[in-house]
Write a protein that binds this ligand. Structure first.
Ligand code: PEP
Ligand code: MN
Length: 339
């Protein structure tokens, strides 16, 4: 932390700040200029609040130099993390795998048709909701274990890894028996008890950015999982809430290169929830891959007009196949390949 004292700060004020920094566990290096004193505080601790120092008398400004997350930060693993799934699927290496499927698993017929279509088009992960976090308690809440069984059956039949959302700690054992990747939804990004439990699981976690979460908060949530010993975290940019109402959310494409700078964890993009509109999904998917996304998450439904959730943002199978063809052109242009 760098603490710049105000011009003319009293020696007692400077000393009080130094004492405070020492109490916080820092080693303090003082540099006294002609008009101003600057304190450099170094130490291993990450859990401090710079405002504690900012509000002290005589302090002009304070800057944090070290990130508040350690395990999720780039310096922990500068070479990058590669999450390996079954069937040779990797996230964070040269492949850009696509996870696709319906928002909710609605029936055997619906899931099988969706799975076959996305697999044929080149998706390597099958994604579908079994437990759904719906804004209204009266909306379809998901088929639960029946959906998990169908996802597993379809995934095994088609050679795909399976992703589904876990909403509560109590669902972890059941879900772990069926899925290859546990998704944490935007609404649960700061469900710290859930994150802590997922730290004990030996299965990759796909952690979605909360609708109003900063990237620092996203990385601190990843830190919760990693602090428990589970280092297989895949981040997901799924759009944030802004003042724009045309789209359901605003997909923050810039999050992709920023996360690559700040963290070693792979980041995938979800243009389906990021836009909420079927006609905007493909352009944003193309942009995300061009910006360096390590994977995509796309909602596809065999009959989106009758979907029980997120129909408006679900692609028709033909649209998805066309998008995958485009991916096969875009990914190599940025040194990647669609898995
Ligand atoms: C989903 O993935 O279907 C979902 C509910 O997403 P989010 O948590 O990003 O809203
Ligand atoms: Mn959805």
């Amino acid at each position: 932390m760098i603490v710049a004292m105000q011009e003319g700060a009293e020696p007692e004020q400077i000393q009080r700040v130094i004492d405070r920094l020492v109490t916080m566990g820092f080693e303090v290096h003082r540099s006294t200029g002609e008009r101003q004193t600057v304190l450099g505080a170094v130490g291993a601790r990450a859990d401090f609040d710079i405002r504690d120092v900012e509000v002290m008398p005589g302090v002009q400004e304070v800057h944090r130099i070290s990130a508040p997350y350690k395990l999720a930060g780039k310096s922990f693993r500068p070479e990058g993390t590669v999450v390996r799934l079954k069937h040779g699927i990797t996230l964070g290496a040269s492949q850009v795998p696509v996870a696709a499927g319906p928002c909710s698993v609605e029936s055997r017929d619906q899931l099988m048709r969706a799975a076959e279509a996305v697999s044929r088009a080149g998706a390597k992960l099958l994604r579908g909701g079994a437990f759904k976090p719906r804004s209204s308690p009266y909306s379809f809440q998901g088929l639960g274990e029946e959906a998990l069984k169908l996802l597993r059956e379809a995934g095994d039949k088609l050679g795909m890894a399976v992703v589904s959302e876990v909403m509560a700690i109590s669902q972890i054992p059941l879900m772990s028996a069926y899925v290859d990747v546990l998704q944490v939804g935007a609404r649960n990004m700061q469900n710290f008890d859930l994150l802590r439990e997922l730290g004990k699981v030996r299965k990759p976690v796909l952690l979605k950015r909360g609708i109003a979460a900063t990237l620092e908060e996203l990385l601190l949530s990843a830190e919760y999982i990693m602090a428990g010993g589970n280092y297989e975290v895949i981040l997901c940019e799924r759009g944030i809430r802004t003042f724009e109402t045309y789209t359901r959310n605003t997909l923050d494409i810039s999050a992709i290169p920023i996360i690559h700078k700040l963290s070693h964890l792979p980041i995938v993009a979800d243009p389906s929830h990021g836009t909420g509109r079927r006609d905007k999904v493909a352009p944003m998917a193309r942009a995300a891959v061009a910006a360096g996304a390590d994977g995509l998450l796309i909602e596809v439904h065999p009959d989106p007009d009758h979907a029980l959730s997120d129909g408006a943002q679900s692609l028709y199978p033909e649209q998805f196949a066309k998008l995958m063809d485009e991916m096969r052109l875009i990914a190599p242009a940025v040194g990647r390949s669609v898995a």
